[in-house]
Design a protein around this ligand. Sequence first.
Ligand SMILES: Nc1nc2c(c(=O)[nH]1)N=C([C@H](O)[C@@H](O)CO)CN2
Length: 120
Amino acid sequence: MSADTVFIKGLKTEAVIGVFEWEREIRQALYIDVVMATDIRLAAAEDNLKHTLDYKAITDRIQHFVAQSGFKLIETLAEHLAALLQAEFGIAWLQLSVHKPGAIADAQDIGITIERGEKP
Ligand SMILES: Nc1nc2c(c(=O)[nH]1)N=C([C@H](O)[C@@H](O)CO)CN2
């Protein structure tokens, strides 16, 4: 058992996202944080990427998925993205945040955080 994680913080993406009609006409910036449970010991022992979560591959997948999405709610985006990452990369547990800093003019940042799966 380990408490190891691989994380990605503040990943910039862009999508059509929002409930209002004007939001369906533009692309808005979304920033993604993800913390993913993994055991890094074998990768470290063998110094081999194939035994850990490849943050470059995961980053590419997140940006591609978000770019082609068109959800209304950031909650829906987060649920779909979390499920996709768990299925495609075999991630037992993750914490995922979606930030939509442009959503409220008077707020510095707005967003949600979800956790899915069981910690190994
Ligand atoms: N919990 C949420 N509240 C709101 C969302 C959302 O995705 N989740 N979205 C909006 C609008 O699209 C907003 O971003 C426009 O400023 C409002 N509330």
